[in-house]
Unconditional design. Structure first.
Length: 197
């Protein structure tokens, strides 16, 4: 078995999709190839972390993350924050490790996610999320992987994660935050967990 084939087999194996005979061939390759063995261990560990993360990711925690809406953050700002909060740094590092597992999935997960208290007031067309003219959303609007068009008003913050928006600042009572960089995204989640910033 070639390494290239082994890598795709490893992914299938971790997804539980690899049949028994292919598994045996993969095992044989892993016994003889240190590179693939290392990759296998890394991916397996990542899977475990993700499973753990799913376990702790209660709806309550998700709400806390979503309700905490920091301003756009620069990495320097994050580093300064860590320096000012040494006691939390160890915990932050732990979470970074947890989330860096998810980071590997960052580009593959392009599902539209909308978080708002007033779902009935918005229109969703494909990946476009529209707040129609004349409608007012009380509270925050958080959209992941979408194209946000605000023609009406949002009384809270607008958060666009890995997406675009068309909105006049006059239509948004709170802040507009865009999160497109992986680091910003991690930071956003971490800051949310601690309810700071
Ligand atoms: Zn190999």
């Amino acid at each position: 078995m070639e390494c290239k084939k082994a890598v795709s087999c490893i992914h299938e194996y971790l997804d539980g999709l690899l049949d028994r005979s292919a598994q045996a061939t993969l095992d044989q390759h892993l016994r003889t190839c240190a590179n693939c063995r290392r990759l296998f261990k890394q991916l397996e560990m990542m899977e475990q972390r993700i499973r753990m993360l799913k376990h702790v990711d209660t709806p309550d925690l998700t709400d806390r993350i979503m309700n905490s809406l920091p301003a756009p953050l620069k990495s320097r700002k994050a580093i300064n924050w860590l320096k000012r909060h040494p006691a939390l740094t160890a915990a932050v590092i732990f979470i970074v490790v947890m989330f860096s597992s998810l980071a590997a999935l960052w580009n593959t997960d392009d599902q539209l996610v909308i978080s708002t208290a007033e779902f009935d007031k918005i229109q969703v067309v494909g990946n476009r999320v529209i707040v129609p003219a004349g409608e007012t959303i009380q509270g925050d609007l958080v959209v992941e992987n979408g194209e946000v068009v605000v023609e009406g008003r949002v009384m809270g913050n607008l958060v666009v994660i890995d997406g675009t928006y068309t909105a006049s600042t006059a239509n948004i009572a709170g802040r507009i935050t865009t999160v497109n960089q992986l680091f910003d995204w991690l930071w956003y989640k971490i800051a949310g967990l601690f309810g700071t910033v």
